[in-house]
Design a protein around this ligand. Structure first.
Ligand SMILES: *[C@@H]1O[C@H](CO)[C@@H](O)[C@H](O)[C@H]1NC(C)=O
Ligand SMILES: *[C@@H]1O[C@H](CO)[C@@H](O)[C@H](O)[C@H]1NC(C)=O
Ligand SMILES: *[C@@H]1O[C@H](CO)[C@@H](O)[C@H](O)[C@H]1NC(C)=O
Ligand SMILES: *[C@@H]1O[C@H](CO)[C@@H](O)[C@H](O)[C@H]1NC(C)=O
Length: 319
């Protein structure tokens, strides 16, 4: 409950664009480019804003020189085959010191895997799917250089994760990219991604080669298993939004501010009277406010009988 006003209080706090950068530069180096808004859009679950601002990116960057790189607690060696292909999965799960709000759900376990994502749960077995995640650059990554790393700091109010000097894996990228980026998950649900170094523009890389489908940049959550398959919802696929203007390269900063979801409402009244993007209905059998089942635990919604018997805003007096 305490979180509801927080979420409602969301005043989308745009990045403050430094006024010290108003000098127009004749130089070609991106260091001197004026900050530029690349993308600015309501994506229903998040408000997404992307800018390119090398100075902002630098100021958000956290020095982790003194932090040990993680040693991937569970790995199944050999991690790379003769072709230096990452055949197996590296996993490291971590309990957070705070609850992170993700699609309206509290999460205090995350797992890093080799696929460039932060999974929003503790992954306990090798084949377990990761369908609820934050992906700054979700594709196979190679950590085989000595200087490659994942490091993190849990500040008690945020989790800051850095991927350093990693390469994109699929074998079609023979070119090294030496990517360094940082993701911060704030307790209030805000996600901030800072791309510090990428040797080639990601737009050029993905579109010229048409490898867009090989990457996920953004977030998604899972409705849970329905039969054998885990069903996803709420997909934010920023790789599909990329274009000449919205490119991801050195100095791109993406901020995703969470927007309210139905599952936050804990009473029938709050649920049915809610005025948010989603149409929320109350399921009395489950004591649950839902966007017609489009959230976690879809199976419970299906078997509850609420599918044909929910309380919607037009019948709020039935609460
Ligand atoms: C969430 O926390 C971040 C970092 O402290 C802050 O910039 C942002 O304004 C906060 N958002 C809300 C909605 O409170
Ligand atoms: C996280 O949320 C759970 C469930 O609401 C609560 O029991 C727990 O105390 C919270 N943890 C922290 C660190 O706030
Ligand atoms: C990758 O980038 C880092 C930081 O810019 C640099 O120190 C390192 O030498 C680079 N590695 C390669 C193989 O280019
Ligand atoms: C990013 O910065 C590196 C130096 O750190 C530079 O070599 C590279 O060309 C830059 N990439 C882009 C796309 O500007």
């Amino acid at each position: 409950m305490a979180h509801i006003p927080k979420l409602f209080g969301i005043v989308i706090s745009f990045l403050v664009i430094s006024s010290s950068c108003d000098k127009v530069s004749s130089s070609d180096t991106i260091e001197d480019e004026a900050p530029k808004i690349l993308y600015d859009s309501n994506e229903k679950y998040f408000y997404v804003k992307a800018v390119r601002d090398v100075h902002l990116a630098k100021s958000l960057w956290v020095n982790m020189d003194y932090i040990e790189k993680i040693d991937f607690g569970r790995k199944w060696p050999p991690a790379y085959d003769q072709m230096l292909m990452p055949t197996l999965r590296y996993l490291e799960s971590l309990e957070l010191s705070f609850n992170f709000t993700f699609y309206g759900y509290l999460t205090n376990f995350v797992t890093f895997d080799i696929d460039g994502r932060i999974c929003m749960k503790k992954i306990t077995y090798y084949n377990e799917q990761c369908n609820s995640f934050v992906a700054p650059l979700g594709m196979k990554l190679s950590f085989r250089k000595d200087e490659s790393f994942i490091k993190y700091i849990d500040t008690g109010k945020s989790l800051i994760v850095q991927w350093g000097n990693v390469d994109l894996y699929p074998p079609f990228y023979l070119e090294e990219q030496n990517v360094t980026l940082q993701v911060t998950l704030y307790e209030n649900g805000t996600i901030e991604i800072v791309y510090k170094q990428i040797l080639t523009s990601l737009f050029v890389l993905f579109y010229e080669g048409d490898f867009r489908t090989a990457v996920s940049i953004g977030t998604r959550d899972s409705k849970g298993y329905i039969g054998k398959d885990e069903n996803i919802y709420g997909v934010i696929a920023l790789q599909e939004r990329m274009n000449n203007d919205f490119d991801i390269k050195n100095g791109t900063v993406i901020v995703m501010t969470p927007l309210p979801t139905c599952n936050w409402f804990t009473s029938c009244e709050l649920c049915t009277l809610s005025k948010i993007y989603f149409k929320c209905v109350w399921c009395p059998q489950l004591n649950r406010c839902t966007n017609y089942g489009m959230d976690r635990n879809y199976n419970a919604w299906l078997s509850s009988g609420c599918v044909n018997n929910y309380i919607s805003s037009s019948y709020a007096e039935k609460c």
